[in-house]
Design a protein around this ligand. Structure first.
Ligand SMILES: N=c1c2ncn([C@@H]3O[C@H](COP(=O)(O)OP(=O)(O)OP(=O)(O)O)[C@@H](O)[C@H]3O)c2ncn1[C@@H]1O[C@H](COP(=O)(O)O)[C@@H](O)[C@H]1O
Length: 108
């Protein structure tokens, strides 16, 4: 896998430590946790709508917005993206994760 998420997280941490003029990331950190969480919520909803709409480029764009805002959220809470990637790596050791479910649960 390439290092794009880790590189982006590094830039976000730089902005957190050293606010920069005209930086959207610095603006988010100065606005605080509630603003960051509001953006995560908005971008999540926009990603869901994009997935429903079926336009692949819209879905790529909205998913990118969401991932960026999730990384800002992690940085604000002091959690490294490496911890998330390590957790995903750990999970990749296990396959067959489907738990038994009732017939009525299949659509939701
Ligand atoms: N990946 C991103 C990224 N994705 C989305 N965005 C910003 O997220 C915002 C999302 O758009 P919206 O319309 O929802 O929000 P808005 O109206 O601009 O802002 P709000 O008033 O809602 O807060 C846009 O302003 C985008 O520019 C990003 N801003 C920065 N980055 C990365 O962060 C790096 C540092 O950017 P700066 O902090 O701006 O220097 C960049 O080089 C990029 O790699």
């Amino acid at each position: 896998m390439n290092d794009t998420l880790q590189d982006l997280y590094r830039v976000i941490r730089l902005r957190q430590e050293t606010p920069a003029e005209g930086s959207y990331t610095s603006y988010l950190f100065s606005a605080g946790l509630d603003k960051i969480l509001k953006k995560v919520g908005e971008e999540s909803a926009e990603t869901i709508i994009a997935a429903k709409n079926g336009d692949p480029s819209e879905l790529v764009s909205e998913t990118s917005d969401l991932l960026y805002h999730l990384l800002v959220m992690l940085a604000q809470r002091g959690v490294s993206v490496d911890e998330v990637l390590a957790e995903l790596d750990r999970r990749s050791q296990k396959i067959g994760n489907l738990k038994p479910r009732r017939e009525t649960d299949r659509e939701s």
